[in-house]
Design a protein around this ligand. Structure first.
Ligand code: T46
Length: 142
């Protein structure tokens, strides 16, 4: 399936009381993520057990990470589904275009941060699951 789970680079202070810092850089030349970011957003204030998402992107590629809490991401390529749990600020999930996603808030107030390759454009979303399956079939036939 066209996604990658990556470990974000992390620097921890010698004194653990001062915590850690993790970061990512975009672009080619051995950086962490192959695409350049045009947009950053975050989703917060969500109750435990709630589901968001239910869409795919035609062009947009994204890196998702959860700096606080625990969120399950269900990824669907139209043939099978896989699940990834983001439960550490160090885990990054790169979702390439053409994947249906659903996010489930395991822990209340978990924060989902996203770095996106495209500006917001509602026209490049597929929000209907039957349309998504047709989109996948069309891509395979072309
Ligand atoms: C995704 C998952 C992980 C904007 O106006 N600008 C923006 O940049 C975004 C992302 C959203 N919006 C508006 C569109 C809707 O009226 O914010 C509202 C909520 O968006 P949506 O229902 O798409 O939120 P999620 O949490 O279901 O999905 C979001 C992203 O939209 C999506 O690209 O992959 O997070």
């Amino acid at each position: 399936m066209d996604y990658e789970l990556i470990q974000l680079r992390t620097v921890s202070d010698e004194n653990p009381k001062y915590g850690s810092l993790c970061f990512m850089e975009s672009g080619h030349d051995g950086k962490d993520i192959s695409f350049e970011f045009k947009r950053i957003y975050c989703v917060y204030g969500v109750d435990a057990g709630l589901h968001r998402g239910f869409h795919a992107h035609k062009r947009n590629e994204q890196l998702l990470f959860c700096p606080y809490g625990s969120i399950e991401i269900i990824i669907d390529d139209g043939k099978s589904k896989e699940s990834v749990i983001l439960d550490s600020p160090k885990k990054g999930l790169v979702l390439h275009a053409g994947l249906w996603r659903e996010m489930i808030w395991i822990k209340k107030d978990s924060v989902l941060c996203v770095a996106a390759s495209e500006y917001y454009d509602p026209r490049e979303y597929i929000r209907d699951y039957s349309e998504f399956l047709r989109y996948v079939a069309d891509k395979e036939n072309n």
